[in-house]
Design a protein around this ligand. Structure first.
Ligand code: NAP
Length: 486
């Protein structure tokens, strides 16, 4: 693996528009959250740059959409192979700009790369149908077509995977894209864009605009009639406002929004497995995942033992810079995230929760917060209602199944839930009763490129990944012809 400076210097710092890297009048700083140091400056795109990127995507669309699916698939496959070759460098880059431990960045390269392989394979299976109408008077032909130029907005918490989860299905379907990464973590997307050019992707198929003006840049792109689709991953609040903007152009939209995942442990659960699952569901990505378990709803008869065991495990976690050996808890993304985690913990303690471990900031440079466990957290605490997005594990006890379901469903979010039980029928009941798009039944991580990822209620619209994922970038057209025998 190359050293940090060499890797950072190799990342393009411009706007990728029409296959060429362009400079911008202004630049902005990218910071390492584990030190507070500025590690690079990149172009600060304007609304005009956004429109230039959209024009490039629009111009590239006719040729790309007519490129045989097999060729599109092979380009995605080449990008997958190159990503494997550059895995260590991209992982380190992600750790430098986002803070997650290196082992987790490597895991994200594996996960994020799978979307390239999976959707490359899916590209060759875009099919329609042909058949007689029920009256026998005609033939119905159903065909599927790429929707057109797409605008993809990604968050900072999974800088690679959130990009490939959108770019790969869009390209596989025959769409061209403008990608806008979060200004906190633009470097991974820039490095990945260069990788795609190196893989042979034609000019204009993928365009990247980095900016600190995401509102105005997005407004210009979303308001332009050349855009056909908006796909967003981020907070429910921003998602709502983007949906309103997309309404004017009646754009196709996919929304992967916030979560407030319940992690339900029944009295018959395998407690060792539940503790393992809890550690993964809570502390992966330093708790900064939309799928992070937010509320641990544990049967009263095992709540104390569960709290004791997770506290023991949490005390063994090691806080530090993600590049250091053995570190399991990196920094939070910024000061605001630290302040929020601390506020939520104080609020719960003030309302009577028991602080088992952690509960404060860490005395070192960077934006660190201790891994924290709280038990007997009152239901009215902010921790139980708001997305924590930090390493804070909050336990609330319950007495019966109906109560567990009511607590789990008592939120406007509906992304994922986790359930630990050995009772098969109870597990099946949970599949039907829990109002979430995904369920981890005796597992603590559900993400997989082959699975339809997404939420219900205010956690989003549409699915990414799986056989469903490519459908988000295709539209269905129908043709009627007369009965050829009439
Ligand atoms: P965020 O503030 O909503 O930002 C997400 C993206 O939207 C970033 O690129 C951001 O760019 C951009 N953005 C912010 N304001 C915008 C505006 N007015 N118009 C257009 N774009 C705008 O969310 P975040 O804090 O980065 O990410 C955390 C949230 O994402 C959490 O709620 C988490 O649950 C959710 N998330 C959901 C999924 C899922 O699949 N459901 C996956 C990961 C994360 P700038 O920051 O540069 O302004």
């Amino acid at each position: 693996m190359a050293d940090e400076r060499t890797i950072l210097d190799a990342v393009p710092d411009g706007l990728l528009i029409g296959g060429a890297w362009r400079t911008a009048a202004r630049r902005f700083d990218v910071t390492d959250p584990s030190t507070g140091d500025v590690i690079k400056q990149v172009a600060d795109g304007t609304p005009d740059d956004g429109l230039a990127a959209l024009a490039a995507a629009h111009d590239a669309f006719p040729a790309w959409s007519r490129t045989p699916a097999r060729e599109r698939a092979e380009l995605l496959r080449r990008a997958f192979d190159l990503l494997q070759e550059r895995a260590d460098d991209i992982a380190l880059l992600m750790t430098l700009e986002m803070g997650k431990p290196l082992a987790e960045s490597r895991a994200e390269v594996t996960y994020g790369g799978e979307f390239l392989r999976w959707f490359g394979e899916e590209a060759a299976r875009i099919q329609g149908r042909y058949g007689a109408n029920p009256e026998g008077t005609g033939r119905m032909i159903v065909t599927r077509h790429p929707v057109g130029p797409c605008y993809l907005i990604t968050p900072w918490n999974f800088p690679l995977a959130m990009a490939t989860r959108k770019i790969a299905p869009a390209l596989a379907a025959g769409c061209t894209v403008v990608v806008k990464p979060a200004s906190l973590t633009p470097l991974t997307t820039l490095a990945f864009a260069q990788l795609q050019l190196d893989a042979g992707l034609p000019a204009g198929v993928v365009n990247v605009v980095t900016t600190t003006s995401s509102g105005p840049v997005s407004e210009a792109i979303i308001g332009d009639p050349r855009l056909r689709k908006l796909s967003f991953t981020g907070s429910t609040e921003v998602g709502r406002s983007l949906l309103a903007q997309a309404a004017d152009g009646v754009l196709r939209t996919s929304m992967e929004l916030g979560g407030n995942a319940p992690f339900v442990v029944f009295e018959d659960a395998d407690l060792d497995a539940a503790v393992d699952g809890a550690m993964a569901a809570k502390f992966r990505n330093i708790g900064q995942a939309c799928t992070a378990a937010n509320r641990f709803v544990v049967h009263r008869s095992v709540a104390d033992e569960f709290a004791r065991r997770v506290t023991e495990r949490v005390d063994a976690l090691r806080v530090g810079r993600g590049t250091e050996d053995g570190v399991t808890i990196g920094p939070l993304i910024d000061d605001r995230a630290v302040a929020k985690a601390d506020e939520l913990v104080r609020d719960a303690v003030d309302r009577g929760a028991t602080l088992r471990t952690g509960g404060s900031t860490v005395d070192r440079p960077g934006t660190f917060y201790e891994a924290t466990v709280l038990s007997d957290v009152p239901r009215e605490s902010r921790l139980m209602r708001e997305e924590i997005f930090g390493p804070v594990l909050a336990i609330t006890p319950f007495d019966d199944e109906d109560e567990a379901v009511a607590v789990a469903n008592g939120t406007e979010y509906g992304l994922v839930s986790y359930v630990y039980t050995r009772d098969l029928a109870r597990g099946q009941r949970m599949i039907e009763r829990l109002e979430t798009g995904m369920l981890g039944l005796n597992v603590g991580v559900v993400s997989n490129a082959a699975a339809p990822f997404g939420g219900v209620k205010q956690s989003g619209l549409g699915r990414e990944g799986g056989a469903e994922g490519i459908g988000e970038y295709l539209e269905t057209r129908y043709t009627l012809t007369p009965d050829p025998f009439a």
